[in-house]
Design a protein around this ligand. Structure first.
Ligand SMILES: CC(C)(COP(=O)(O)OP(=O)(O)OC[C@H]1O[C@@H](n2cnc3c(N)ncnc32)[C@H](O)[C@@H]1OP(=O)(O)O)[C@@H](O)C(=O)NCCC(=O)NCCS
Length: 168
């Protein structure tokens, strides 16, 4: 899976070595609460969640990247294309460590991931599933050009489907 670079971030494959940073990110209750994919609160649950994102790359050939801040080398979060079994289409998702909210990093990474979906994965449509009430995530979706398409059930919960078709 290719690495990408944006103005302020490197997007590189998630790895086992990200475990400590990943666990710290997911330990924050505001982070875990926003995730439509859902994740339990124990460190065992979070380890399995990281393994799922790494394993998805093995199965699909793409997955969320680790987002690394160029200026510091810090692990900022994860974002990227996502299409596990049962997911309605090709998705793009985002998740940042709490201390990195409010810097524009999610939108910066999401724009790059969206472009990758259209150019490298030849997607006709890209969607993002967002839990009702996750206003920050809706704002990211709208910044990258997504619009609310419909609502659906995903993993036992009602979610908003945001998305957009390939330009042109
Ligand atoms: C959803 C989530 C990724 C949004 O993060 P975010 O930092 O709010 O989103 P962005 O990266 O787009 O940043 C936008 C904010 O950065 C600010 N900003 C600061 N510097 C900026 C810059 N140089 N460029 C752009 N925006 C900048 C913007 O003004 C905006 O601030 P505001 O929200 O106060 O209006 C984050 O809340 C999160 O990780 N939540 C938990 C996981 C989750 O819910 N994931 C989504 C599942 S669907």
């Amino acid at each position: 899976m290719a690495e990408l670079e944006t103005e302020r971030l490197v997007l590189r494959p998630l790895a086992g070595a990200d475990w400590d940073d990943y666990a710290a990110m997911m330990a924050h209750p505001e982070v875990a609460a926003g995730l439509a994919e859902g994740v339990g609160r124990t460190r065992d649950d979070v380890w399995r969640n990281l393994a799922m994102f790494i394993g998805h790359r093995e199965i699909r050939g793409y997955s969320h990247w680790a987002l690394v801040e160029k200026a510091t080398g810090a692990f900022v979060g994860r974002a990227g294309p996502w299409s596990p079994h049962g997911f309605p289409g090709l998705g793009v998702g985002w998740c940042l460590a709490r201390e990195h909210w409010g810097k524009g990093y999610a939108s910066e990474a999401a724009r790059a991931a969206l472009g990758y979906c259209f150019t490298e994965l030849a997607a006709g449509e890209v969607v993002s599933l967002i839990l009702p009430g996750n206003a920050r995530s809706v704002a990211v979706a709208e910044r990258i050009g997504h619009r609310h398409l419909r609502d659906t059930e995903y993993r036992g919960r009602r979610v908003h489907v945001y998305g957009q078709r390939r330009p042109g």
